[in-house]
Ligand binder design. Structure first.
Ligand code: CAA
Length: 378
């Protein structure tokens, strides 16, 4: 058993950490307050090669592997949660196009997607009536000659207002139901970006509705084959869930750092509140839980890197990391007292940002369902 990172993994982690410290952390509060998409920071991540970390070099990616990607994403989330989810979804989409795209699709779409010309990519699965029940989607794709005609509405789609490549899931056959995945460009006739959501947290990330009205998609943009769409989505989400676990660990780390600093500075009863056991226990519990979650995310990433099935481990990492991160951010606010409730300090933002990690890419309840189903099958 080996806990040591490779030299390359350490280098990637250090690069992400120093970028997050210098370029993300100082701007995160403003990005949140103005609900501003972090375009400059996202461009810098493309230039750093962090937007195609799971795509081989021959298609323009970094080919860094799931462990290095997990390390980098955790550091980015420690600096800015909004930027981290933008990066997470982009890497998930790029990997899906690599994994399920044919050679022509890979050559056409991957280099511009990972360089930033088409990215950040978006992943359009969720619909108004289909969240946890992802197979309940109603968007239809009807083949007509050398095109598919898509009709439907997608909601809560990360990055889609800024994306030039969206992987869209749609129903190609109703009975028995078959779902297929398509590579969609916003320039296709019938594509429209709808309402932009105003969110509790990760307010800098872009979350929009997408409307397809007789949208024409060339038949060659079908990913894999008809009927493979649900498995494509689930496989992408397996990897995506490790990413959300990393995002949670990063946010929790930032919250704990803020809490430690505040506890040492804040004087009450004639001494720093860090001297009080009530505060020390909160800090200690948070540090232990963060470490446990970090190891779960890295273990899931390691299994993915080895090429073995990691569905259960990804769900375990996401479930534990997101729920522990919520507890850690909650404690960080508590340690700050009244100052934790106002925007002068970062912890109220961390608490708002972290909540969604228990919801998107599958709620905690869905992760428990996935874990239990796998346990019972084993
Ligand atoms: N990998 C590969 N295949 C999988 C799979 C996986 N992880 N999970 C399921 N499948 C396959 C099954 O093997 C099965 O195939 P067969 O029909 O050939 O046997 C098929 O898919 C159907 O599987 P289930 O019977 O398990 O499907 P279900 O309808 O019971 O749903 C679910 C399973 C786990 C509840 C799924 O619907 C789910 O994950 N729901 C949550 C959706 C979700 O995470 N949404 C996130 C939206 S994206 C997002 O948030 C991104 C963002 O912007 C940040």
């Amino acid at each position: 058993m080996e806990f040591e990172l490779t030299e390359e993994q350490k280098l990637i982690q250090d690069t992400a950490r120093s970028f997050a410290e210098k370029e993300l952390k100082p701007k995160a509060a403003e990005i949140d307050e103005k609900e501003e998409f972090p375009a400059e920071q996202v461009k810098a991540l493309f230039d750093l090669g962090m937007m195609g970390m799971l795509v081989p070099e021959e298609y323009g990616g970094a080919g860094a592997g799931p462990v290095a990607y997990a390390l980098a994403l955790t550091e980015i989330a420690r600096g800015c949660a909004s930027t981290a989810v933008t990066m997470a979804v982009q890497n998930m989409v790029a990997e899906a196009v690599y994994r399920f795209g044919n050679e022509e699709q890979r050559r056409k779409y991957l280099p511009p997607l990972v360089s930033g010309d088409l990215g950040p990519g978006a992943f359009a699965l969720t619909e108004p009536g289909a969240g946890s029940d992802a197979r309940g989607i109603r968007t239809t794709a009807v083949k007509n000659g050398n095109r598919y005609v898509l009709n439907g509405t997608k909601v809560f789609i990360t990055n889609a207002g800024y994306s030039k490549l969206v992987v869209v899931m749609a129903v190609t056959k109703k009975d028995p139901k078959e779902i297929s995945s398509f590579i969609v460009e916003p320039s296709f006739p019938g594509f429209r970006v709808g309402k932009k959501e105003e969110k509790m947290g990760i307010r800098g990330s872009n979350t929009v509705e997408l409307v397809f009205e007789d949208m024409e998609v060339p038949a060659e943009n079908l990913l894999s084959k008809e009927g493979d769409g649900f498995k494509i989505a689930m496989t992408a989400l397996d990897g995506g869930r490790i990413g959300i676990g990393c995002q949670a660990v990063g946010i929790a780390t930032a919250a704990l750092e803020a809490a430690v600093q505040y506890a040492k500075e804040r004087q009450q009863f004639g001494q720093p509140i860090a001297n009080f056991q009530a505060i020390q226990w909160m800090l200690a519990d948070s540090a232990v839980e963060i470490e446990a979650a970090r190891l779960l995310t890295l273990r899931a990433a390691y299994l993915k890197e080895k090429g073995v099935r990691f569905t259960k481990e990804a769900s375990m990492a996401k479930l534990f990391a997101s729920e522990m991160a919520y507890r850690v951010c909650h404690r960080a606010v508590q340690i700050h007292g009244g100052y934790g409730y106002v925007s002068e300090y970062p912890v109220e933002r961390h608490l708002r940002d972290v909540k969604v990690t228990t919801i998107y890419e599958g709620t905690s309840e869905i992760q428990r369902l996935v874990i239990a189903r796998n346990l019972l099958r084993e």
